[in-house]
Design a protein around this ligand. Structure first.
Ligand code: G6P
Ligand code: MG
Length: 236
């Protein structure tokens, strides 16, 4: 069997929330506001498990089997999104996470297409606010495909849009469901954040500060035994 790591990388696919920009706190605060209004228990720890889930999947995960009608649930989703917009309207390039402002032009200069594959319906709006929408050859979200993360659909769709086979794609992800989705798509995966959440990725880093495309390419194009203990080999 061909080692995935011996296939040259030809594209990079980014998750958005938690990878390009730190909207995780905005999601947390807006969910907390909604659930407080509805007297539904919620906390920061629960929010961590929502990384990468769609808005509806997130709501369902928190409300469990409480019997809300579909119309009520839709009202919750719309209200949450309205609160979220109060934050994203204020966003600009200062909200890019460390490393992104250097990494995107570097990958572009290397001639690789880039895509965003997000569970957010706000993906185009947020990328535009951040001033990076033009950097991407495709922006895909889970509403374009039958199944949300952890299904591989959104990553496979992004790869198809840029015309690159999954084996030649590198995914950058911060969510457990997104890591599972990218692995199921047969792609190489860099997990960003705590190993408890992203430990299933091929390589794990706390963040992208100081990480260059050369480091990533060297790390992900070198055949190896798969472990997640490769932090030092990307220069950190
Ligand atoms: C991302 C975030 C999730 C969020 C989801 C939906 O995947 O990690 O926390 O729930 O997008 O975002 P949206 O902007 O559509 O509410
Ligand atoms: Mg994310």
């Amino acid at each position: 069997m061909t080692d995935l790591f011996s296939v040259p990388l030809r594209a990079v696919i980014f998750d958005m929330d938690g990878v390009l920009t730190d909207t995780i706190d905005y999601h947390y605060r807006t969910w907390q506001r909604l659930f407080d209004e509805e007297n539904i228990p919620f906390n920061r720890e629960q929010n961590e498990a929502l990384r990468g889930l769609s808005r509806l999947d997130s709501l369902n995960a928190v409300i469990g089997d409480r019997p809300f009608s579909d119309a009520k649930k839709q009202e919750f989703l719309d209200r949450k999104n309205q609160y979220f917009h109060e934050f994203i309207e204020q966003m600009d390039e200062t909200a890019l996470l460390p490393g992104i402002a250097h990494l995107l032009p570097e990958i572009k200069a290397a001639g690789l297409p880039m895509a965003v594959a997000s569970a957010s319906q706000n993906v185009t709006k947020v990328c535009t606010q951040l001033g990076i929408a033009d950097m991407f050859d495709a922006i895909a979200n889970v509403y374009d495909v039958p199944n949300s993360k952890p299904a591989p659909d959104v990553f496979l769709h992004a790869a198809q849009l840029i015309g690159v086979e999954p084996q030649a794609c590198l995914v950058l992800e911060d969510g457990g469901s997104g890591i599972a989705a990218a692995l199921a798509a047969g792609m190489r995966v860099l997990g960003l954040g705590s190993p408890e959440i992203v430990g299933a990725a091929h390589v794990v880093l706390p963040d992208l500060a100081g990480v260059t495309w050369t480091m990533l390419r060297d790390r992900f194009e070198t055949p190896r035994t798969m472990t997640s203990s490769a932090v030092s080999s990307v220069g950190r």
